[in-house]
Ligand binder design. Structure first.
Ligand SMILES: [Zn+2]
Length: 182
């Protein structure tokens, strides 16, 4: 049990296991470092020569190992939540762009009509308006769903897979339109 290695003034250590001479910086406190040659733990004394490895360092490792999975899980949830929020922001930006686009198309259409352009011009613009509005509606739904999801994940780890049955895929919208025509 001689993992204490003779230190030279230049910070060189000799591994007692494999006689490898390696460089190590002495720190505020002593620490164990793996020999680059054989992997054996080697005690690197502190700058003041003390060879006591502080207990804190060891204690900090134990709960880390214990909570390792939990911590990883929390990190993963945090990452997922962040990406949900990011996606939500993107959806909101998309929603705004679609609304602005639809508004612009209406303005273009009106202007084209005023300038008495051939009917194809205004018709093109005005036909694209519902497309813009539909996209805006989809983006809005997406943003709401992402927002809900990010809220749920913050409260607790979901015990059941997310319920997508409440999500609308646009078919309800089509149904409503059909009902209007009946
Ligand atoms: Zn070694």
């Amino acid at each position: 049990m001689s993992d204490e290695s003779p230190a030279t003034p230049t910070g060189q250590f000799v591994c007692p296991g494999c006689d490898l001479v390696f460089q190590a910086e002495a720190g505020e406190v002593a620490r164990a470092e793996q020999c680059p040659g054989c992997g054996q733990p080697i005690l690197i004394p502190a700058r003041d020569g003390s060879t006591e490895i502080p207990e804190e360092a060891e204690e900090a490792d134990a709960p880390a190992a214990e909570d390792g999975i939990n911590r990883l899980h929390v990190q993963q949830l945090t990452r997922e939540r962040r990406s949900l929020i990011r996606s939500r922001s993107h959806a909101l930006v998309g929603l705004c762009l679609c609304l602005v686009g639809a508004g612009e198309l209406v303005l273009f259409g009106i202007r084209a009509i005023r300038h008495r352009e051939p009917w194809t011009g205004p018709a093109m613009y005005l036909l694209l308006v519902p497309v813009g509005l539909w996209l805006a509606w989809r983006m809005g739904r997406l943003a709401i769903n992402l927002h809900r999801q990010s809220k749920v994940e913050r409260l607790d780890e979901p015990k059941t897979p997310p319920d997508f049955s409440t999500l609308q895929d646009g078919s309800q919208f089509v149904e409503n339109l059909k009902k209007l025509h009946e």
